[in-house]
Design a protein around this ligand. Structure first.
Ligand SMILES: [Fe+2]
Ligand SMILES: [Fe+2]
Length: 275
């Protein structure tokens, strides 16, 4: 976690979309080095066993009860090391994402999804390192897509030398459905389980797979998908531009929009959540 305010990679609304998620600019800035080091750690340590162990550790939800607002307050202190596009605190990113959806007239459950989609980053509050919380996600236990960013670092992953885990389907059956797949562990999977009883399926797909770029952006891993995954993919893709292109360095004023989001949270979520 850090509070870097490097302005070099901040993206501004209205700039060329190619400027976002640019991991390979000719001159490596301090922020890009931070992202690169992040993925070195992430791809080295996110093994199949690690992903399963973290599910066992965190999906019992035995840590603490908090209101969703308490969790959002905590996110105010967090800057995501894996994000090359913003150095603003997370709460600003959530407000920007949701407000862009609201301005476009998206359904209210989707606006709420935009507002909470990174709430799972409270895992950092429980002492988890950023490489186990944020960044693009990928299936563990099978071959890595060549489209995954910084894929060269998978050579340091213990699973890379286990032939059984490096076949196309690995430990999975063809078209088993993504629900059966152990994704690399992080805030997406955690928040999905936290909110699974409260939001529509489309929203839950957005939350669970919003960082699975090699699937929703690159079109890989269809061989692990079932009919439901394919039906939900357009919703994940509909979510993505708001997550990505709403990032801009102008800090939104939370208090101006807070009453709207308080009502929206009250409509869909319980007053307290068991984290
Ligand atoms: Fe996220
Ligand atoms: Fe996000």
């Amino acid at each position: 976690m850090n509070a870097q305010t490097n302005t070099e990679t901040r993206a501004v609304i209205g700039t060329d979309k190619a400027a976002y998620r640019n991991y390979a600019a000719p001159q490596i800035s301090e922020a890009q080095q931070r992202v690169r080091e992040f993925y070195r750690l992430n791809h080295t340590h996110q093994t199949h066993d690690f992903a399963r162990a973290k599910k066992a550790e965190f999906l019992s939800f035995s840590r603490q009860r908090m209101t969703p607002w308490d969790a959002l307050d905590y996110l105010n202190t967090l800057v995501d090391d894996s994000d090359p596009d913003t150095a603003l605190p997370q709460i600003d990113h959530l407000v920007q994402t949701a407000e862009a959806m609201r301005a476009d007239g998206q359904p209210d459950w989707m606006v709420l999804t935009g507002f909470v989609h990174d709430l799972g980053k409270v895992l950092c509050l429980f002492g988890e390192p950023q490489w186990a919380v944020v960044g693009d996600t990928f299936p563990t236990g099978c071959a890595y897509s060549p489209k995954i960013v910084y894929g060269e670092f998978f050579k340091h992953n213990a699973d890379a030398s286990n032939a059984e885990l490096q076949t196309k389907h690995g430990v999975y059956k063809a078209n088993c459905g993504l629900d059966q797949v152990h994704m690399s562990w992080g805030h997406d999977e955690y928040l999905y389980h936290l909110l699974r009883d409260h939001l529509p399926m489309e929203a839950l797909y957005m939350i669970r797979y919003h960082s699975f770029y090699s699937w929703h952006k690159e079109g890989d891993y269809d061989h692990l998908c079932d009919a439901q995954d394919r039906a939900m993919l357009p919703w994940v893709q509909r979510f993505n531009p708001y997550d990505l292109y709403s990032k801009n360095p102008n800090r939104p004023v939370l208090k101006d929009v807070k009453p709207y989001y308080e009502d929206l949270m009250a409509k869909y979520l319980p007053a307290q959540l068991q984290f």
